[in-house]
Design a protein around this ligand. Structure first.
Ligand code: MN
Length: 417
């Protein structure tokens, strides 16, 4: 369906009327923190729309879910309320709808330039689970670590994951302090405690779930997508030397939990529906609880860009796509809850590093530099095996429609000593 808005939105803007991502903001001029949606270069104040009565006749009218410092209360309402809100907001922004278009005084109060607001963590994140859903990534990592069969025998049968740390998830723009930690020093044949020498990024997509399930009640795969509120860019910063020394036998710990960054705008799953594409064929077929009648994924272009202190602009160092992922978000939710584990509104799940089939589509430096053995070349003659202090790493992603985009904005972190 063709949609047009009365607001100016450039074709390359990530925030078209087809997108309408949710975020949490405070005007720089002051006032309470509240929920808004981004459109073009503007933020639409949903708390004001709610107070003005635009959500009358819905559950959104009785609850002040948009006058909150996070999206948790809104997420907890579930998919019916999310869809209702989205329809109302999208309709208000249509070019042919005079309600908001011709109400000049309301428009002046309801819209804020993005440059005139401060964005906050969109969700108070209760728990964080990180998957390992890219076959290319898992195979490459296995090969780099010298395994004869790069994929472990369980990998093709279940979406592998570990429980991460919610406390150290930070917003776009938060500087990333190079962590210190214990790692094995091959020259001394002994462990040392020192700043990591192998600081890496991981290009991932995170997704917020809600309202969740009760303990002991698995979410069947056919109901799993109803539990996905929206998606963000996620950078799972990793210290490879710390990780390599500590991970056996229980998996990632301090090599991962010093920082994870997310982008501020949560793209509703509903906005991705026009970009559905068939999911990769799974061979061998997974067990029945991981099988779905309709298997699709989403065509989301993803990029990682690097800017060193010697560079004036960032250059792409990886171009990949969400559609390469072997395990779908629905499979991840179905597997996560298959033992009765309960997910809650505000939980964050992440896909794991998203790597593609070609060398330049790997989603982290561990792969791009093949374990540090083949540093990548940058304009100006610099090379990188891993990140250095002063490096600025940016993730971005978008779906390309005909003359419009549904995008995630960007997610940047500056490495500091
Ligand atoms: Mn990860």
């Amino acid at each position: 369906m063709k949609l047009d808005t009365f607001l100016p939105v450039a074709p390359e803007s990530h925030f078209s009327i087809y997108n309408l991502p949710y975020g949490v903001f405070t005007p720089l001029a002051g006032g309470p923190t509240r929920v808004g949606v981004a459109i073009g270069n503007l933020v639409l104040d949903l708390a004001l729309l709610q107070k003005t009565g635009f959500f009358a006749g819905t559950v959104l009218a009785e609850t002040a879910v948009f006058s909150q410092p996070n999206l948790n209360a809104f997420i907890a309402l579930g998919a019916a309320a999310w869809n209702r809100a989205r329809t109302i907001i999208q309709t208000l922004l249509l070019r042919e709808n005079p309600t908001l278009r011709d109400n000049i005084s309301l428009r002046q109060r309801a819209f804020w330039p993005l440059s005139a607001v401060r964005l906050h963590m969109p969700v108070q994140i209760s728990e964080y689970t990180d998957f390992y859903a890219s076959k290319e990534h898992a195979s490459n990592v296995g090969a780099i670590f010298g395994r004869e069969t790069p994929l472990l025998e369980n990998w093709l049968h279940l979406p592998i994951a570990y429980h991460g740390r919610a406390s150290s998830i930070v917003m776009d723009g938060t500087p990333i302090r190079r962590p210190r930690g214990q790692r094995f020093d091959p020259d001394r044949g002994a462990p040392i405690f020192a700043p990591t020498a192998e600081l890496d990024f991981e290009l991932e997509i995170g997704f917020f779930v809600g309202p969740g399930n009760s303990l002991g009640q698995p979410i069947p795969i056919e109901r799993a997508e109803e539990q996905i509120f929206g998606l963000v860019l996620l950078n799972d910063w990793s210290a490879r030397d710390i990780q390599r020394w500590e991970y056996r036998p229980l998996g990632p710990f301090l090599g991962k939990n010093f920082a994870t960054s997310i982008s501020p705008w949560v793209v509703p799953l509903a906005a991705l529906q026009p970009f559905r594409v068939p999911a990769p064929v799974q061979e061998p077929p997974p067990l029945p609880y991981l099988q779905s009648a309709s298997r699709w994924t989403y065509d989301i272009h993803l990029e990682a860009r690097l800017q060193t202190t010697q560079m004036t602009t960032a250059v792409p160092i990886s171009r990949t796509n969400f559609r390469y992922l072997y395990w779908s978000m629905a499979q991840q939710i179905a597997h996560h809850t298959s033992n009765g584990c309960n997910l809650r509104a505000g939980d964050l799940l992440a896909t794991g590093t998203i790597s593609g089939p070609t060398p330049d589509s790997a989603g982290c430096l561990l792969e791009l530099s093949w374990g540090g053995a083949r540093p990548i070349a940058l304009p100006g003659g610099e090379t990188r095996a891993y990140l250095q202090n002063g490096d600025r790493l940016t993730l971005t992603g978008w779906c390309q429609g005909e003359g419009y985009r549904v995008g995630f904005g960007s997610l940047t972190g500056l490495i500091i000593a």
